[in-house]
Each structure stands twice: as C-alpha cells, then as structure tokens.
Design a protein around this ligand. Structure first.
Ligand code: ADP
Length: 390
C-alpha cells in the first residue's frame, strides 16, 4: 500500500464532524459532496455511482467520482483504468480523468494480489487520509462510492467529508431493503441529509419489446423512501448491457444515452440536480440558521421552529471535560460561579451537528450538539410551564 499525506487526527466521538475550517484542503473547491451508499454489497452501488456520475456529466455539470470502497474498489475496472497509477503533487494525489470524469480510487493504490485487510480503526484512519489527500479541481458534484454497510468506516467518511447529502441504493428484494434501512438510519444519526433512494435492478426491460418484467418484487425502494419520509429518486432496470459495460471499462452512458436504463440515469441526474439546487438539504436535527437575538442564541430548526437559549443556560449546560468529569460523568462546574449576566462573544457552527461558542468568562471549549440543544429547548419549555403554574 502506498502511504501518503499528512497524519490526520482521528476523533473518538462518532458524531463529531469537522467545522468548515477543518474541511480537507483537497475538497475546498468542491460544491456538493454526495455519498452513494447501500446497506449491503452487490446491489449495484458502484455501477449506479459510475453511471449516475456520467449522467450528471452529460447534463453539463463538473463531476468527480471517488471510489472509497475500501473492501472492493471496482471503479478502476468499470472505468478502464486497471493498473494505472495516479500522479502525485507533493502530498496530494491528482485525480485521473476517464471519459471526461475526474476520478480517484483506492484501487489505483493497491496491487492486484493485495488482500484488503484493513479493519476497524485502521480502515477508518486509512480512508480519512485518503479523503483528505486527493486534490480535486472545481467540481459541482463529487460522488463518493462508499463501502457497503453502516459501520465505523462509513461514519468516518460521513463526518470527515462534509457531505451535502447521501443517496441510498437498494434492490427491490426484502433482504436488501432491511439493511438499506440501517444505512439510512446511520446518515440520520450523523445528521447527513438523505437526498433520496434509488431502486436498482428494478425489473427487466426486454430489449426487443420494451416490456418491463418485475423479476424481484417491485416498489420496495419507493416504500423505503416513504417509510423514512425521504424522496424516491428513481429506478434503474436490470440491463445486461449495463453489466457488460461495467465489465469492459466503458460506462453505459459513454456508449449510449438512448437505452431505457441510460434514460433512467439521465432522468435520475435531472431529478437529483433539481433537488440539490433547491438548497433545502438539511439533516434531521441540523440548525437551518443561528443568530444572536437580544443577547441570546437563536436557533432555527429544519421545520422552521425557533428556540432561544440564554448565555447563562448554555454556559451551565456546557458538556466539555472542564465542566463535566470524564471519569464520573458528574458536573464539575458550579452554576453559582457563573455570572448571571454572562455573555456570548462569538459562536461557530461545527460541521452539521453542533455549535461552539466563547463566553465572556473566557470559556470556549464546549461543543453543543444540536440534538442536545433540542433537548435543552424541551426542558426550557417544561420549566417555563412549571414556573407559570406555580
Ligand atoms: P456493489 O457496488 O453494490 O457491490 P456492483 O455495482 O459491483 O455492486 O454490481 C454487482 C454486479 O451487478 C456487477 O456485475 C454489475 O455489473 C451488476 N449490476 C449492477 N446493476 C445492474 C443492473 N441494473 N443491471 C444489470 N447488472 C447490474
């Protein structure tokens, strides 16, 4: 395995995502970072990622594809780049270009006979380094082909990449659907917005008569999207040509834009672009907006409701190691020591999941997770009811 790049610090906190300033330099010129994920392997996630990226390219967008499937990187084969080595500039890997698509794959850094043995923290660390050390040019969309599953590696990526959103690929079969749910839940946990669900291998379209036969059950993807109240982006039929194109290193969309599956990908790309352009992608508990109002921190939530938090209430609820004992979980900070007229100096969003702030008493080490602020808002409401009823 080629080693490259600077040593990035791993965080133990699973819900910690980097702030804007921490976005890896290589990703600084990328407007939208979209992960393509699936609960399990073999549902066609890589095939969909490649052709979806090509379809976006056909609609005039600047697109990159990052194959982060650490356990089975298949993009070099699908894009006809097996055995090629990427160029390096200093610490950075320079993406290759195939059929107009900029791409980088872990597979380009491995040798054919090298078993993929990274596990757990090693895999997370490896993928984090990889993500931070590819130097992308101006891109409208960077599509990341994630490894299947919903474990540490996927969580690391979701946290580190500042994802705009995630697309979930599933097949209509029940087994695949069950695990696709886990993938969806994982993104919700780390507040990554779900752009939508794609159903792959959705029936077989006869190349002669054009009739679609649902070989597996159909409508599963739509049901999954409805259950999670996310959008259904579209379905891709089972298509022998799609498979053949993947095998010979030229994506279907390079060969034709006319077949039923090629049209399905173009339709998918257009639906996706409209959805992302609306700019309404927010995580379930992600603040839509934050501002100071009458000295308080006002947070607006995705559904449009707002909560105000006084500096005093925020300060005494700080969960940092200076205020809460890491050993016992007991509060060390004595609320009586906090001046009632304490003020917030400045605040800053931390990734998509939290806010940090500095107080007039000099304290600035607390990270307030949005989930925790939601809870605090509920308590504020309850205590104001209590004081009203007294
Ligand atoms: P994953 O990335 O989920 O493991 P792949 O994209 O590698 O899955 O696809 C697994 C196999 O299924 C490949 O041989 C691929 O060509 C084939 N495949 C994927 N989607 C389709 C489809 N819609 N029609 C026909 N074959 C497909």
């Amino acid at each position: 395995m080629t080693t490259f790049g600077e040593d990035l610090q791993m965080s133990d906190d699973k819900t910690r995502r980097p702030s804007r300033q921490e976005v890896p330099r290589g990703l600084a010129k990328v407007s939208n970072i979209i992960a393509v994920a699936s609960g399990k392997g073999g549902v066609g996630k890589s095939t969909v990622s490649t052709n979806f990226a090509m379809a976006l390219l056909k609609t005039g967008a600047k697109v990159g594809l990052l194959d982060a499937d650490i356990y089975g990187p298949s993009q070099p084969a699908m894009l006809g780049a097996v055995g090629k080595r990427p160029e390096m500039r200093g610490d950075y890997l320079i993406p290759m270009e195939r059929h107009g698509l900029k791409f980088m794959s872990l597979g380009l850094l491995m040798t054919d006979d090298q078993p993929v043995i990274w596990r757990g923290p090693m895999a997370s660390k490896m993928i984090q380094q990889f993500l931070g050390n590819v130097l992308w040019d101006d891109l409208d969309y960077l599509i990341i082909d994630l490894p299947p599953g919903s474990g540490d590696v996927q969580i690391t990526l979701a946290q580190q990449a500042q994802l705009t959103g995630a697309v979930i690929v599933t097949t209509p079969q029940q087994v695949a659907l069950g695990v696709a749910k886990k993938g969806l839940q994982m993104f919700e946990t780390v507040n990554v917005p779900i752009v939508g669900v794609i159903e792959n291998m959705s029936g077989f379209t006869c190349p002669k008569c054009g009739e679609n036969t649902p070989i597996f059950k159909s409508g599963g993807g739509e049901k999954l999207a409805a259950d999670f109240k996310v959008d259904f982006l579209g379905s891709i039929p089972l298509d022998p040509e799609l498979m053949a194109c993947g095998d010979d290193g030229t994506p279907l969309l390079v060969k034709t834009t006319d077949s039923s599956s090629a049209k399905a990908f173009i339709h998918l790309a257009k639906t996706f672009k409209e959805k992302v352009a609306k700019g309404a992608l927010l995580g379930k508990n992600e603040a839509r907006n934050m501002e100071m109002a009458n000295g308080n921190l006002e947070v607006e939530w995705p559904e449009g409701t707002k909560n105000e938090f006084t500096p005093y209430n925020l300060r005494i609820n700080c969960g940092c190691a200076l205020c809460i004992s890491e050993d016992t979980g007991q509060r060390i900070l004595d609320p009586k020591q906090v001046p009632l007229d304490i003020k917030i100096g400045a605040f800053e969003r931390v990734g998509r999941y939290a806010v940090t702030m500095s107080f007039s008493d000099g304290h600035n080490t607390g990270i307030y997770k949005f989930d925790m602020l939601r809870e605090l808002a509920k308590k504020q409401k309850d205590s104001s009811r209590e004081s009203f009823s007294v």
